[in-house]
Write a protein of this length. Structure first.
Lengths: 238, 362
């Protein structure tokens, strides 16, 4: 096999772009959800301690430790026809399994621990005197978080967002378990590559690999420039 | 009194148990590091929860553990100036000061902001970020920010300790000016004896979480109620003491009898004198050889330590010293004065004036 065949495939238009579109849509949606939920969880956890909080920590970090197939299997149990969430959703006439939302759920769950961990570390790094000063100046807890804690923790939160996005983009195991491989609906780039190799279509697999590498490099380049720009922010400059 | 505080809080090494009242004049809170000074301010500001107690500010109950009232910090209207100022690093000076003016209409906000900047001499700094300010400028901005909420009480935690020495007197003068205009309960925490004396009208001496002395500063400095307070207010010379008669005591560690100006109701356990109150008798009058003739005693120099304008002399009484650890008194004199007798043959003669001596009960 040469590099020419995949290049032809990409350039000459006989390429199926749907896995690229699905991958990006899924990763972006999942990252937005992870950002909101991860931040809320981190902010909640920061004010608590004790065995209950430690247990919650364990549950939050489970998707990072478990093999993605196990996460996918557990999600399948949860969202399946007889699962508690699946039953609930069925009452509203919705099924999640083997649908596009399933790719988002799988990606969000798997990337959540990265967001949660980095956001928590970033929030903990914020000097508590700034928060206390804000409180003595009459600020509500929400305002303290939004105007003081979050902006000061932002570089760390952003790093968590990038990590989560990267993890969501690369998600394979849980996605396959929960969302399957329905071309044009749930087949993301990693899933599409797997099935292309399975059916011995190496040219197509190679083309999607190349696109994945390009997306990842673009992401890293963007991150590099953004962090450099952040470091030049006037209030941080040394 | 506008501010009434009575709180108890268990800390890792000791218990903070304090009660005092503050009027509209600045109250200096003096104590060694780790005495609970900062914790006390944090409890009043609502950043720490005492185990029990009551805080009352202008008739508002901020804390009453008996009635389960704990007003959160944001509703206390107590301005707190942090030791290292804690200016928000990501906000400009103007945005730092305006943080507390959030709820006001825009016009009112900018009017108040301008007034605060004017009042704390922070003009020209509005667009800068905290890291672009000098220590003194940061202090001014932090003060403007603390005053922005028109607090009913102002708490300052070591307001001068983060500053270079050459800035301190300038910033101290600005603080005095602010206090004079503010005229509400103002608590200034410091571990520096002279700062406490200069900034406060009243003084509260805190030692290991307890109030060791509380009252008018002159009274505390002139008549410390205990050995501990005498030490904390900077007194360097102490001796165990035993009453001899109505107006005389025996100073056991100094090996002499001393005439005293006044006596205590309870027998004195210690006698003390401040280093700068020790007088050197002029050579002509130092002919007395016997003890207790107006408390003049022969002394020998053990060692000395110089600052630019003063010198501290470590002295031994009655007989020449054998080694340098043997001093009994520390005297502090201006160098001009020292120049007059440094070349004279020893022994020199110290005078422990009766009205400079203070007697300390057990």
């Amino acid at each position: 096999m040469t590099f020419v065949a995949p290049l032809n495939l990409i350039l000459l238009g006989s390429m199926d772009w749907s896995p690229v579109r699905i991958s990006i849509e899924t990763s972006v949606t999942a990252t937005l959800i992870t950002l909101a939920v991860g931040l809320a969880a981190a902010a909640w956890r920061e004010r608590r301690s004790g065995p209950a909080a430690a247990l919650v920590d364990g549950v939050f970090l489970l998707p990072l430790v478990l093999p993605p197939t196990v996460v996918g299997f557990l999600l399948l149990l949860l969202f399946g026809r007889n699962g508690p969430l699946g039953k609930l959703l069925l009452q509203f006439g919705a099924t999640v399994v083997f649908s596009w939302p399933a790719t988002v759920i799988a990606a969000a769950v798997v990337s959540f621990p990265l967001m949660y961990l980095t956001a928590r570390a970033a929030l903990e790094q914020v000097d508590s005197r700034f928060l206390e000063a804000a409180r003595t100046l009459g600020a509500s807890e929400w305002r303290v978080f939004r105007e003081i804690a979050l902006p000061l923790a932002w570089p760390g939160v952003l790093a968590g967002t990038i990590l989560s996005f990267a993890r969501a983009l690369g998600e394979f195991g849980a996605t396959l378990m929960l969302a399957g491989n329905i071309p044009g609906r749930t087949a993301t780039i990693p899933v599409a590559i797997y099935f292309a190799v399975e059916s011995d279509d190496m040219t197509r697999a190679f083309a999607w690999c190349a696109i994945d590498v390009i997306i990842s490099l673009a992401l890293l380049a963007g991150l590099y420039h953004w962090t450099r720009a952040q470091g030049r922010a006037r209030w941080m400059r040394r | 009194m506008p501010l009434q505080v009575q709180i108890a809080k268990q800390l890792p090494n000791f218990a903070l148990d304090v009660s005092f009242t503050a009027g509209d004049a600045p109250l200096g809170i003096l104590g060694p590091s780790g005495a609970g000074k900062t914790m006390l301010l944090r409890c009043i500001a609502g950043l720490e929860q005492p185990n029990r107690g009551r805080i009352d500010l202008n008739g508002r109950v901020l804390l009453d553990t008996g009635a389960r009232i704990r007003v959160p910090a944001r509703e206390r209207r107590v301005g707190l100036l942090f030791q290292h100022y804690a200016l928000f690093p990501n906000r400009t000076v103007a945005d730092n000061i305006a943080f507390g003016l959030h709820n006001l209409p825009a016009e009112e906000r900018s009017r108040r902001l301008a007034a605060l900047i004017e009042r704390t001499h922070a003009r020209g700094l509005e667009a800068r970020y905290p890291r672009e300010l000098s220590g003194g400028e940061q202090q001014r901005v932090a003060l403007a920010r603390a005053l922005s909420i028109e607090p009913e009480a102002l708490l300052l935690d070591e307001p001068l300790s983060a500053l270079d020495t050459h800035l301190r007197s300038q910033v101290e003068a600005e603080l005095q000016e602010t206090f004079a205009a503010y005229r509400r309960p103002t608590l200034v925490v410091t571990h520096n004896v002279e700062e406490a004396y200069r900034l406060g009208k009243q003084l509260l001496v805190l030692a290991r979480g307890r109030v060791a002395a509380f009252g008018a500063k002159e009274e505390i400095f002139n008549h410390p109620p205990s050995l501990e307070v005498a030490r904390l207010t900077g007194c360097k010379n102490f001796s165990r003491a035993r009453p001899v008669s109505d107006h005389a005591i025996e100073a056991l560690d100094w090996g002499c009898n001393l005439r005293v100006a006044h006596t205590l109701a309870r027998p004195a356990a210690h006698v003390g004198i401040r280093a700068h109150h020790i007088d050197f008798a002029e050579p002509s009058s130092a002919t007395a050889s016997a003890d207790s003739v107006e408390n003049i005693f022969p002394c020998w120099l053990v060692r000395s330590s110089e600052t630019p304008f003063r010198i501290t002399l470590y002295l031994r009484l009655h007989k020449p010293p054998v080694d340098s650890g043997e001093y009994q008194l520390q005297a502090e004199v201006f160098k001009e004065k020292w120049e007059r007798f440094r070349s004279l043959p020893q022994p020199w003669h110290v005078r422990l004036a009766p009205d400079s001596l203070f007697l300390l009960p057990e």
